[in-house]
Design a protein around this ligand. Structure first.
Ligand SMILES: [Zn+2]
Length: 222
């Protein structure tokens, strides 16, 4: 009898994969369909069972095998082929399905121990709740609940761009060689950034920020 695996146990929650390239590549590829559909079907010789698997995937990885590439404090001695082999363990189609790619530089000691400034969790929660309310209103006649779930038709209806934003998006897609899936993700993320900023229109700055979150699609050793 098939039993629910990690992704079903993460249903309606978060699946965190630390050191993503250390996972077996075939295992990672299996994540692709559930990430799209929100469920997983396990087939055995006699029958197949479908389990729910609607989870938020959060993953981390080092910039190279030694972990010090782009770090001003330590020198990285990894060769380009070593870095290429390391990054190649994560396929383009899997990266394509991850909405936000963010580089997190090492935090200097004095900032770790100093007073904390920046947005508090309470303020951030307020912003998120307001953006969710906008989306609830936007999709009141649809089975969609959040921007991330928008269909192609909904993207066309709710992500209209000015000529300037359209040009920026076109140039970014061409320069970075992005896929159609990445194009749709940029629009959905830009819609969310605009919602968080209480802006009914998606502005160029929202597109620019969304494009920036695709940085794993770029030439990552440059
Ligand atoms: Zn290195």
């Amino acid at each position: 009898m098939p039993t629910p695996g990690e992704i079903s146990l993460s249903h309606n929650g978060i699946l965190f994969l630390d050191e993503l390239p250390e996972f077996n590549r075939q295992t990672l590829e299996v994540l692709r369909q559930p990430l799209e559909d929100g469920h997983v079907t396990i087939s055995r010789a006699l029958n197949s069972t479908t389990f729910p698997a609607n989870f938020v995937l959060v993953a981390s990885l080092n910039p190279c095998p030694c972990g010090y590439r782009n770090d001003p404090r330590r020198e990285c001695h990894c060769t380009i082929p070593q870095i290429e082999r390391y990054m190649a363990r994560i396929s383009g189609p899997l990266l394509d399905r991850i909405d936000l790619h963010i580089e997190v530089p090492a935090v200097p000691f004095k900032e770790l121990s100093g007073p904390h400034d920046g947005t508090s969790s309470a303020t951030m929660r307020g912003q998120v709740m307001a953006a969710r309310a906008v989306q609830l209103n936007r999709f009141q006649n649809s089975s969609t609940r959040q921007n991330a779930q928008m269909t192609t038709r909904e993207i066309r209806a709710h992500c209209r761009l000015s000529d300037a934003s359209m040009n920026l998006l076109r140039t970014s897609i061409q320069e970075m060689g992005l896929s159609a899936r990445a194009h749709d993700k940029i629009l959905k993320v830009a819609r969310t950034i605009a919602d968080l900023a209480s802006s009914e229109t998606i502005l160029s700055e929202h597109i620019a920020e969304a494009v920036q979150y695709r940085n794993m699609d770029r030439n990552w050793w440059g």
